[in-house]
Design a protein around this ligand. Structure first.
Ligand code: PBG
Length: 330
């Protein structure tokens, strides 16, 4: 439509008071928008700060139940578990990835028994268990697709057995969603949901995360043959269509802030549950600037998260989840 000219139109009229602004606000941000990623490690009753992610610590499995209960009390509906694994736990065959007793799977069970109400999301990829830090098996210097899928399916089934509500394949192999969905359907896990890391870009913003999970020193080379080229947008639409047709219930764009154009396209073109991951590097940037007194921590945190909602996100994976829930008054 064409706006009537000034002074009939004065857009500032509706910005004059908090009440008027509240009436015409187009988007809202609540703790129910958050999925909280946490890092778990071996040991007892310990938290170990992640240097490149101020305010984030790896915690031992015996502490995850309390973390989940606290998050749920703040109104956060979902928690996502990532395991820290040292070099000694990593192998070429990645067998620990589908062991029910690895720390990620123990954490799932612990959370489900301490706080059954919260939704538990997992990560499906081989990188925490792989000697070379890649998300798939490496043969002759190549990340092989189809053999990796067999391992991912085993991971998925173990996680489902342990009580996971949401599986998060983050590996970017082709065909993994279909293979996982078929395996779930044929093993009494038809209710388990898949939130696919659909448009996951080969990003330098993952640096602090790789420190947090112990992958930085393990990783040889880059992930450019399986994660997306940051220059591409149409390709993300093809990936969304593909993952939905293979049985994904929800899709994700990752990283978040530099890729909100992709979020908007996904939401507008598909209208499906759409999530984005405000990744470790985005978190680190805001924390670093706030620690220097260069940005107002709470304001920038909430503004960044509102940006995700405005772009079309149904929810956001964010390390800020508990702090943001508190800042929102939870
Ligand atoms: C690995 C995985 C990564 C993240 C989530 N799952 C890193 C990577 O692909 O190297 C990144 C999350 C973050 O940076 O916060 N499968």
């Amino acid at each position: 439509m064409t706006l009537p000219p000034f002074p009939n139109t004065r857009l500032r009229r509706l910005r004059r008071t908090p009440a008027l602004r509240a009436m015409v606000r187009e988007n809202t941000l609540t703790p129910a928008d958050f999925i909280w990623p946490i890092f778990v490690m071996e040991g007892t009753d310990t938290a170990e700060p992640v240097a490149s992610m101020p305010g984030v610590s790896r915690i031992t499995v015996d502490r995850v139940g309390k973390a989940a209960k606290d998050a749920y009390a703040l109104g956060i509906p979902a928690i996502c578990v990532f395991p820290y694994t040292g070099m000694d736990a990593r192998t070429e065959d990645c067998a620990l990835a589908w062991s029910p007793d690895n720390i990620a799977n123990r954490a799932i069970r612990e959370i489900k028994s301490a706080c059954p109400e919260i939704a538990v999301m997992t990560d499906i990829a081989l990188d925490p268990y792989n000697i070379n830090g890649h998300d798939g098996f490496v043969e002759n210097g190549e990340i092989v697709n189809d053999r990796t899928i067999e391992a991912l399916v085993k991971m998925a089934l173990t996680q489902a057995e342990c009580g996971a509500d949401i599986l998060g394949p983050s590996d970017m192999m082709d065909g993994r969603i279909g293979a996982i969905r078929t395996a779930l359907e044929t093993s009494n896990h038809s209710h388990v949901t898949i939130l696919s890391y659909t448009a996951k870009y080969a990003s330098a913003f993952y640096g602090p995360f790789r420190d947090a999970v112990g992958a930085s020193s393990a990783l040889t080379g880059d992930k450019n043959t399986y994660q997306m080229d940051p220059a591409n947008s149409d390709e993300a639409m093809r990936l969304v269509e593909r993952d939905l047709s293979e049985g994904a219930d929800m899709v994700m764009v990752k990283p978040g802030m530099p890729y909100l154009d992709i979020v908007r396209r996904v939401k507008s073109e598909f209208g499906v549950p759409t999530f984005a991951y405000q990744v470790s590097g985005e978190y680190a940037m805001i924390q670093a600037a706030a620690q220097n007194g260069w940005l107002d921590h709470d304001k920038v945190m909430l503004e960044s998260l509102m940006g995700f909602k405005r772009a079309g996100c149904d929810g956001i994976l964010t390390y800020f989840a508990p702090a943001a829930a508190k800042a929102l008054g939870a």
